[in-house]
Design a protein around this ligand. Structure first.
Ligand code: ATP
Ligand code: PH2
Length: 175
């Protein structure tokens, strides 16, 4: 498990928290993934396509023996398992898993770009990421993420919804 990665989770349909929990359970049940940290859960105004319900968003930090492409495959399988039906771009979804960062790598494949190409525009991703690690820098430009957040206008659309500390993290994993 020599690699670290950050994965963002989002849901804006049905029992949103239960879908986040299911996704985290599935990640943790993978023998090649260790969940290291969970952010709190944030309720966030929809970005991109705005005529839809608010999202719950959070970020997890993992250690993994999987390659980036293998990790993407795992994420897509979890989305499918939980029942995501692909609708239109940026539209409502029961669960969305995105790979934000994988080590300090810059990956430019057709099916996978890391850092996630829209990471820098999305307060709903950066706020939970900074909660886990204040000193993260973007591998592309070396810019501290805290400075990137300063430049984003939509920060007030990201509200703490459920604080997760050690104890809550355990409760979130309890079935
Ligand atoms: N870093 C990444 N993490 C997850 N998927 C990625 C990444 N880079 C590229 N992709 C590709 O994006 C495809 C579509 O992803 P998805 O349907 O979740 O997009 P979206 O959530 O609607 O929009 P966005 O990418 O802006 O979050 C995936 O099948 C995957 O191949
Ligand atoms: N607030 C918020 N807005 C979004 C989200 C999301 O997770 N949270 N995901 C999207 C598609 O990737 C589009 N818009």
């Amino acid at each position: 498990m020599d690699n670290f990665a950050f994965i963002s989770l989002g849901s804006n349909m049905g029992d949103r928290e239960s879908f986040l929990k299911k996704a985290i359970d599935s990640l943790g049940n993978n023998e090649n993934i260790i969940i290291e940290k969970l952010s709190s859960i944030y309720e966030t105004d929809p970005i991109g396509y705005t005529d839809q319900d608010c999202f719950l968003n959070m970020v997890v930090q993992i250690k993994t023996g999987l390659s980036p492409i293998e990790l993407l495959r795992v994420c897509l399988n979890i989305e499918e398992e939980i029942g995501r039906v692909r609708g239109f771009r940026w539209g409502p979804r029961v669960i969305d898993l995105d790979i934000l960062l994988y080590n300090d790598e810059n990956i430019e494949m057709e099916s996978l770009q890391v850092p996630h190409p829209r990471l820098q525009e999305r307060a709903f991703v950066i706020v939970p990421l900074l909660e886990i690690n204040r000193s993260i820098k973007l591998p592309t430009t070396n810019a501290p993420l805290a400075e990137v957040l300063d430049e984003i206008p939509d920060k007030e659309g990201v509200r703490l919804w459920k604080q997760i500390n050690g104890e809550d993290a355990y409760a979130l994993f309890e079935s």
